[in-house]
Design a protein around this ligand. Structure first.
Ligand code: ADP
Ligand code: MG
Length: 468
């Protein structure tokens, strides 16, 4: 790995085999290319905020109606839901003064069967309410009317805090009858169908926004939220005068960038490889979320698998392509973490190689590691180019020579990959030298944040429901 401040494009050592170098070259981005990505992101942000119909942006820059961050006076008991990825979570959060313990939380994770996320909307929302009811019973919360914050991590067009029309599903979800509908209404209707009258839906929250808010509980400089898990997305505090989709010029509003869609208008063609093209074509949403498909957990393993096949065609790995390796999605993103770990677990690496039908020799393990490293480095650098655009935008908005800001981060890829975070930090330093950016991981940011946003909404409405 490079030492801090080094040009990340120079971090890949010369390959011992030309064939490896040739296959990996298209995945290695120069500093100039990363600067271009940063500038394109900035340009898309500006056009997205302006709602430029003539020249539409690939990113939606959605207003979230979250205007203020925490002031420490929020109190009460809340329910939060976290829907938007691998699992569905229900949380009970009690916010009290620091003397009384600050934040207290109970939570439960429920699995979301494939037939539920790809069935009908009614089935999906009925399932959600069933899970909440289970949770209420298990925690003796029945009969207690609690305000609810709903983290729903899909692009929604909001006109208020408690309303949002689903624009499109992402990340493998496809429940029918939801796109174009207000998801808060769908949730409320399911509570009525299921006879659960203890839930007051107060806020619809994107997971990036929840992460920013929950990080802000400990660090008031947190004005950016970042997710790198199944998918990737970011939000930040924008000046109201720049948010053309909402009336009013005073103060700030958090904008959900929906940055995964960056590049969907074709502006990333220069860096998209034939393998990215294939991953896109075989996904459930071809042509969409192009930036996300180069960065997030749902796709990195598959990119690696396809490079491994390419290398085999070029005579590496003994030139034999196993049946296993030809199976889509067989190479998990978890494997990248494993192969790139500094304390390589030989036994596990061998068993994965064998399972993939590769020779479990040391040389093959080194090859696979090199491929993983190239793919995860590109992902982290691209993500950093996005963050560099965001911090530069905030700095310019405020006319500052120098900006100090914190990014709250959530997502398993960012948290568990041994080098992803480090590459992001170094690359942001290189691409935004006038900004001093701190990255702070949040635990359960998306769920906790929804509770905190609900708490702020209740404070502002002057309706702290239960003193705590
Ligand atoms: P979500 O984004 O669905 O809310 P997570 O943040 O937990 O959930 O992200 C899940 C994704 O993280 C999976 O798609 C998987 O690819 C990736 N992942 C899981 N474990 C690891 C790991 N050890 N290293 C890298 N990525 C991982
Ligand atoms: Mg999540």
């Amino acid at each position: 790995m490079a030492s801090p401040g080094e040009d990340p494009s120079a971090t890949v050592q010369p390959f011992t085999d030309d064939r490896l170098g040739r296959c990996l070259q298209p995945f290695m981005l120069s500093q100039a290319q990363l600067e271009t990505v940063r500038d394109l992101m900035l340009d898309n942000m500006e056009r997205g905020l302006r709602n430029d119909y003539q020249n539409p942006s690939s990113i939606k820059m959605l207003p979230t109606f979250v205007r203020s961050t925490l002031n420490g006076k929020e109190r009460g008991e809340f329910i939060a839901l976290d829907l938007g990825g691998t699992n569905f979570r229900v949380l009970y959060v009690r916010v009290s003064s620091t003397e009384k313990g600050g934040l207290e939380k109970k939570s439960k994770t429920f699995t979301l069967p494939q037939n539920v996320i790809q069935g009908t909307g009614e089935e999906l929302f009925d399932h959600i309410v069933d899970c909440i009811s289970d949770f209420q019973i298990a925690n003796s919360l029945q009969g207690k009317k609690l305000p609810l914050g709903f983290t729903f991590s899909f692009p929604c067009s909001q006109t208020s805090l408690d309303q949002g029309t689903l624009i499109t599903w992402t990340k493998g979800f496809s429940a029918s009858g939801c796109v174009g509908e207000d998801v808060v209404r769908l949730l409320r209707e399911a509570t009525i169908r299921k006879g659960n009258s203890d839930l007051l839906v107060i806020a619809l929250v994107n997971d990036t926004v929840g992460t920013m808010m929950s990080c802000g509980y400990d660090d008031p400089a947190c004005e950016i939220g970042l997710i790198v898990g199944t998918g990737t997305n970011a939000c930040y505090m924008e000046e109201m005068r720049n948010v053309e989709q909402v009336d009013g010029d005073e103060g700030r509003m958090c904008v959900n960038m929906e940055w995964g869609a960056f590049g969907d208008c074709g502006c990333l063609e220069e860096i998209i490889t034939f393998i990215d093209q294939d991953v896109d074509e075989f996904s459930v949403n071809p042509g969409r979320q192009r930036y996300e498909k180069m960065i997030s957990g749902m796709y990195l393993g598959e990119i690696v698998r396809q490079i491994l096949i390419d290398l085999t065609y070029n005579g590496l790995f003994g030139g034999n392509i196993s049946q296993r390796l030809q199976t889509r999605d067989i190479f998990l993103t978890e494997y990248l973490s494993l192969f790139e770990s500094d304390t390589l677990d030989q036994v596990q690496v061998r068993s994965i190689l064998t399972e993939l039908g590769l020779r479990s020799t040391c040389e093959d393990a080194v090859l696979v590691k090199e491929v993983c490293r190239t793919v995860s480095q590109r992902a982290a650098q691209l993500c950093a180019a996005g963050i560099a655009a965001v911090v530069e935008k905030i700095r310019e908005n405020r006319g500052l020579d120098h900006l100090k800001v914190t990014v709250g981060v959530d997502g398993t890829l960012y948290k568990l990959h041994p080098h992803f975070a480090g590459v992001v930090h170094r690359t942001v330093r290189m691409l935004a030298p006038l900004c001093d950016v701190t990255f702070r991981r949040t635990d359960d940011g998306s769920g906790m944040g929804a509770a905190l946003i609900t708490a702020v909404a209740c404070r502002i409405a002057g309706a702290e429901p239960q003193a705590a």
